[in-house]
Design a protein around this ligand. Structure first.
Ligand code: APR
Ligand code: PHB
Length: 390
């Protein structure tokens, strides 16, 4: 088999890139290790910046997002037991975010890909990328026990943090930067109305909490938890009790609880690999970087990487120019590092870090107090939260 762009991974990065390429007449094949059902079963974040929404529109998959997504012009931050609103819309001259689950984004992209007739190979095992330092890369994989080879012009490594693409790069050619946080997030999904119209980020002495949503009938809550905790340690009742302890009195009164439909623990990590291009192999999305979820940037960074990579590929195929592809890594990384900084800052501001002691706690409180007394400081939060320009 031969294609122009071989895309490894059918998460949001790979599927969005594939859809944009297909619509531009650039042939591509998606190879995914898992089944479609498995990919759709992963519960991930759900806040989209306007730039990401625009890209989904450009990919022709914006209809359900506009019909069902919830436009949010603000978020709330609770500290010292009180809730404070950040008016994102007013602080950014009219920008908003859209709350729409990553699962739904993925489903829309999968449906569009299937309708377009573009080739996707799910349950592709033992994917290996070869020859990306030459003009003729080859991707080898096994499907149903048979070995296959896919020849291509370029390989897009959209295979997530644990993928094979980054691992295929010689160690001397890549440098990584990492911070692993000493806690995790315990998430719970329930078919209950959200506690509030907007997301509530909570800084509490018992630990961070977040009240989010997927729709007006489905809520997503998170609690900062210990890395030693197991999901089995957390009955639904224990989760709701602990959440109530971290919320302000009005939120406690408004909280509607119900049985969980999903519960999981995720570690928090900041990670960046440099560069993101190795000959004809390009890394995009979680394959090249991870942010802790506090700033809601993971999916949005995947979209901006795809923006730069897609533009570079179009320029290559339409005009025979390589300027965009040559600049891909540095352009993408400039935006990635700023989102890394913001996500790290939000994480440090709102979580409990016992190892930082009482002085660390006072610094967090002073920063929160400053934030809500300074329009400049709040504007900095708002412009990062809604997304920096591409
Ligand atoms: N071969 C083929 N596919 C693979 C391989 C492999 N060796 N390894 C991983 N994959 C697949 C995974 O099964 C997954 O479906 O690559 C896909 C990567 O998808 P994501 O992890 O969702 O990464 P990405 O598309 O970059 O999306 C980034 O997802 O993790 C969240 O917070 C993150 O919202 C962000 C978004
Ligand atoms: C979510 O809804 O899952 C979510 C929202 C905002 C975040 C992180 C996760 O910052």
């Amino acid at each position: 088999m031969r294609t122009q762009v071989a895309i490894i991974g059918a998460g949001p990065s790979g599927l969005l890139l594939g859809q944009l390429l297909t619509r531009s007449g650039i042939d591509n094949v998606v190879l995914e290790r898992q089944t479609p059902e498995y990919v759709l079963g992963r519960i991930r974040a759900g806040v989209l910046e306007q730039g990401a929404v625009a890209m989904l529109d450009e990919a022709g998959v914006g209809a359900r997002l506009h019909a069902e997504g919830l436009v949010h012009g603000g978020i709330e931050l609770t500290w010292a037991g009180e809730r404070h609103r950040v008016d994102l819309n007013a602080l950014t001259g009219g920008k908003n975010v859209v709350v729409y689950g990553q699962t739904e984004v993925t489903r829309d992209l999968m449906d569009a890909r299937q309708a377009s007739g573009a080739t996707s190979v799910y349950e592709a095992a033992d994917v290996a990328v070869d020859g990306f330092d030459s003009n003729r890369p080859t991707v080898r994989y096994r499907k149903g026990g048979t070995a296959h080879a896919l020849e291509c012009d370029f390989v897009a490594g959209c295979d997530g943090f644990h993928g094979v693409c980054r691992q295929s790069v010689p160690t001397g050619a890549i440098r990584s930067y990492e911070r692993v946080y000493p806690f995790g997030w315990l998430g719970l999904l329930s078919d209950t109305p959200p506690v509030s119209k907007e997301l509530i980020y909570v800084s509490h002495e018992r630990g961070f909490a977040l009240c989010s949503m997927r729709s007006l009938k489905r809520s997503r809550y998170y609690l900062q938890c210990s890395l030693e905790d197991k999901v089995e340690d957390w009955s639904d009742a224990r989760f709701w009790d602990e959440l109530r302890r971290r919320l302000d009195p009005r939120a406690v009164a408004d909280l509607v609880t119900g049985p969980s439909i999903e519960k999981s623990i995720a570690p928090l990590r900041s990670f960046v690999a440099e560069p993101l291009r190795f000959g004809r192999l390009f890394l995009a999305g979680d394959a090249g970087h991870i942010v802790p979820p506090t700033g809601a940037k993971g999916l949005n960074l995947a979209a901006s990487d795809v923006r730069y990579l897609f533009d570079g590929l179009v320029e290559h195929y339409r005009r025979g120019r390589s300027v965009g592809l040559d600049a891909y890594s540095s352009r993408a990384l400039r935006r990635i590092w700023k989102a890394e900084r913001f996500s790290w800052w939000m994480t440090n501001l709102l979580h409990r870090f016992p190892e930082n002691g009482p002085f660390g706690e006072k610094m967090q409180l002073a920063e929160l107090d400053y934030l809500f007394s300074s329009k400049a400081a709040l504007t900095a939060l708002a412009e990062n939260y809604v997304g920096l320009p591409y």
